[in-house]
Ligand binder design. Sequence first.
Ligand code: SF4
Ligand code: SF4
Length: 217
Amino acid sequence: MYGIAMAKGLLVTLKNLAKKPFTVQYPEERVKQHPRFRGEEFVWYEERCTGCASCAKYCPLGIIKIVTTPSETAPAEGDKYRLEVFDIAINQCMFCGLCVEACPYDALFMGSGFEQGQYSRKEMVIGIDQLRQAEKRPSTFFRPQLEDAGYDPKDGRPLHWEEVGRESWQWHQREKAGMMIDRPVPSDLLPQEPPVDSSFVEDSQAAPAPTPGEEAE
Ligand code: SF4
Ligand code: SF4
């Protein structure tokens, strides 16, 4: 009969009238984010990054641009390269996280922020300096070591590069990145070293410092 549909619609309205709303008044109110939330930013640890470009190769949209040059202090093939360019065109990103999954050194993490709106496409390319300076609050997406530690990027403190990996950070210090960047380890990190993977136990022994004569060879 004519008008029944309207009555049914009003009934739905009446039924929900007294219920608590599911929506919040953003930005004054915010819903709690899951620690695995993939925001529109990235957390990059230069100290862990070897410049292998696996992240760029695995990105299905090809929006990560990496340019490296051989480092003078570690010129042998397989050693660390100096990162000249590390651009991510965030305006084209679909936040699939494949670049993060592809990174073998736990150097790249999804971020948890989502308020990066800009007025031009050009401004939506995250450059290497922005990545360097960004606050290090990584999402726990594809990082079970952070999830196991109960880390929450919204409530927790920023994390240092020594504490975000799956293996001993000393391994990176000797073989990969830490040796290249002279930044002191915060003292509160030293006693809380993450569990060492048995396959890296041998590697985690500190290597003797090369003499000036050896370096020249
Ligand atoms: S999240 Fe996906 S689309 Fe975005 S940069 Fe990484 S691999 Fe590319
Ligand atoms: S972020 Fe990871 S995958 Fe990308 S270049 Fe650095 S080490 Fe390689």
